[in-house]
Design a protein around this ligand. Structure first.
Ligand code: IMP
Ligand code: MG
Length: 180
């Protein structure tokens, strides 16, 4: 059972729901006169993205890009590769990047530069989780769901070696799972 690999629940399903609702409400207000496009970062953001978009009650487009930087480890390699590009132009649009977690900041700062080169009207960042203690590169995250301590978490889209994304809550992974 997946649950047995979890040290403890950090954020319950109900707490996540509340957090996502709040974010959606704020975003709906801030973007009501804009051309909003949500750009989710695959694969970690998918669960958050599908919930967040339903808490947004203004017109918006969605798109996804995929990058990789972690491989199978729990710390960034510092290199980011683009695996899947945007499927529509974002020129003149108000892009809101949707990410699962900001740790070192390497992934988001790469994506930010990449998107700015596509001439959007604006680019802002929304992350469900923020782990400020891991920061290597400074990034300004405009919308943050929850700030968490320096622990490796999984669930609600977040993985370890591609597993645990389907957990309905966010939990701290037992150290013995990744220190083998
Ligand atoms: P950064 O480039 O170090 O900021 O890392 C961002 C990416 O690393 C996220 O999109 C996640 O996929 C992954 N990541 C960072 N911390 C965690 C964690 O605690 N659990 C699962 N994935 C994480
Ligand atoms: Mg990941």
């Amino acid at each position: 059972m997946m649950n047995e690999h979890i040290e403890r629940v950090l954020i319950s399903t109900e707490e996540i729901q509340e957090t996502v609702k709040k974010l959606g409400k704020q975003i709906s207000e801030d973007y009501k006169d804009k051309k909003l496009i949500l750009v989710g970062i695959l694969k970690g953001s998918v669960v958050f993205m599908t919930d967040l978009m339903r808490e947004i009650d203004i017109l918006c487009d969605i798109d996804f890009i995929a990058v990789s930087s972690y491989g199978k480890g729990t710390k960034t390699t510092g290199r980011v590769n683009l695996l899947k590009d945007l499927s529509e132009p974002v020129e003149g649009c108000d892009v809101l990047v949707v990410e699962d977690i900001v740790d070192s900041g390497v992934t988001l700062s790469y994506i930010l530069k990449y998107l700015i080169n596509r001439n959007p009207n604006s680019v802002k960042l929304c992350s469900l989780l923020d782990k400020p203690s891991g920061r290597i590169v400074e990034v300004n995250v405009d919308y943050i769901g929850r700030t968490i301590p320096d622990e490796f978490v999984v669930g609600y889209g977040l993985d370890y070696a591609e597993k645990y994304r389907n957990l309905p809550y966010i939990g701290v992974l037992k150290r013995e799972i990744y220190s083998k």
